[in-house]
Design a binder for this molecule. Sequence first.
Ligand code: 3H9
Length: 697
Amino acid sequence: MSQVIGYEKVGDIAVLSANNPPVNALGAEVRQGLLAGIERAEADGVRAVLIYGEGRTYFAGADIREFGKPPQDPWLPALCDRIEASPLLVVSSLHGTALGGGLEVALSCHFRIAPPLTKVGLPEVNLGIIPGAGGTQRLPRVAGVEAALDMITTGRHVQASEALQMGVLDKVQDGDPREIGLAFVRDLLDTGAPRRPVCEMAKPTPIDFDATYDAVLKKGRGQLSPAIAVRAVQASCEAHDFAAGQARERELFTELMASDQRKGLIHAFFAERAVSKLPELQGIKPRELHQIGVVGGGTMGAGIATSALLAGLSVVLLEMSVDAAKAAKDRIAANLAGAVKRGKLSPDAQVEILENRITLSTDYDALSGVDLVIEAVFEDMEIKKQVFAKLDATCKSGAVLATNTSYLDLNEIAASTGRPSDVIGLHFFSPAHVMKLLEIVVADHTAPEVIATGFALGKRLGKVSVRAGVCDGFIGNRILNAYRTCADHMVLDGASPFQIDAALTGFGFAMGPFAVSDLAGLDIGWAARKRKRASGLDPRARDSFYADKLCEAGNFGQKTGKGYYVYEQGNRNRRPNPEIMPLIEAERAAKGISPREFTDEEIVRRYMIAMVNEAAKVVGEGIARRPLDVDITLLYGYGFPRYWGGPLKWADLQGLSNVLDDIRRWSGEDPYYWQPAPLLEKLATEGRCFDDLNKAS
Ligand code: 3H9
């Protein structure tokens, strides 16, 4: 008797019910149970089999935790073939999310029914693989090549109504999956519906697969699985028969299963689920949140307020003057209009928010009733301290006092209040209503329930929240500073900003570091450099001044139309600014540097290793609790290519001793900059990797 697949005879129908929480993943035991259930039904004198899932969903896919381990029989493709070949009428009743191998099991059944809220999809490409249990062969036969390619190459979840139109579902009906399934099977038996194996359907009509492959490859910015999926679907049209198409699917699936991209993407999948699970918060109840306050309604404050409003919260927004408050509301209104345009908000809800859920004020007393307040004023310690002193005097007892600072010392801010245990950092990324990352910065005296409240708010806002400790720049900006410096060093030594940007987009970054600076505004980096120089740079640190010259001439990047690039019609039509190279060459000459050639490969390796080394320091010092916290920060806040899994997963894939060897070699040129992180040295010497630390946490 299977523990995870129930068997029951209801008249002349055998009912197989999956019970493998939380998502009925198709692990070995489930596959064995399904096979045994089909065999038993065939020997049991029934006419049909109904398969459905108990709990929140039908099968949500193969069990991802089995990937990379020795396979166990029955293999999912063989099980699907066996279900399809059964002489009985086999029907699946889907609900929840029928994804990946789950949809493949459903497609191997002869009919499919589901309630309206069901979603189906083949999201394997997001895990760096392709559907490997016949999905690339059966879906095009059922839905046609174009619809199948859309689903498989994007991995998107398709609503039941659309799946019905595509032919993926035969019936959509409200109700309990078991009950609607049984009624459907009875109908099919009563009307004498014949078995309908998809493998016996006609081959689908081909399209121009080469053109589609090229387009999908380009769109994927280096991610291989969606493009490879095109080749697998191509086989559904071109292979000699169904079995030959399946063999081609298997070949491509196996290739991808062994790839680094698969490892990176699976790491990202589990890391993003582990990131908010902190042992220190087990059993800690967050404080209740109904109304939040935001101090400062500039781009950041307005973005934070928008994010809270979109999540159903009410917001009190404090500004210095009535005019500034009005401008802040206009910014929020523009953000909301964008959300309506993107289909994230209905026009009615937009009106409701603007009329009822925003309170504007210039008086701190308006914040006396809020449950949590986020300060988003100018990045200056003295100003922040003044704001926190006022919040301390006004906010009710138990209110969480948060700052959106991206660099400043949270302990110092907390110490300026009489309630440091209520103070926390909530570092949003701009635009705050769009970017998914939220760094939750924990100071020395922050209370556990305040941390839990930060994570609860993050979840409510739909953010990916990462716990960070206090240091200059926390996790993300501290690491950014280190690798951005590496890019500046390479420019001094002979690479151009344009070559560096191109090499890094070639690696998979959405943008290179110089294009990012143009987007953020060159004045921001300029101000940071001035601050650092004023506080005294280490004499061993290399500094560069050419970017200051751009700023001195009033060129701050995209917002002024000129920076590293010249922008004529927005970002799309940018071209290198011809004034840059002469500035760089003059600085090299003044410093007596003879420029040398860099290959794109060397650029990527130095940049990545600079990132990894600083990330290892961040983990070693406890600023990030686990390597996966760094990986998620870079993936969600800094455009890091997801298919590498994050910088520390990338380092694991390179081999840590190779990474360390490079740092030691480069420290010969610049011993101050290239100082190996003690944690990296330790792991490399012990033959371990960063992921060992994730697993141990
Ligand atoms: C595949 O099918 C390959 C085949 O084509 C070929 C094979 C030969 N396996 O996300 P949640 C865990 S590839 C193992 O927080 P939600 C998850 O880690 C697969 N575990 O819930 C978490 O564990 P924990 C194709 C899985 O409601 C818990 O379940 N399928 C799997 O926000 C709850 O998950 C996919 O890619 C799995 N397949 O979202 C679907 N799925 O509690 C991947 C989930 O310990 N899954 N877990 O942290 C999802 O997209 C979402 O989990 C889902 C639910 C939408 C189902």
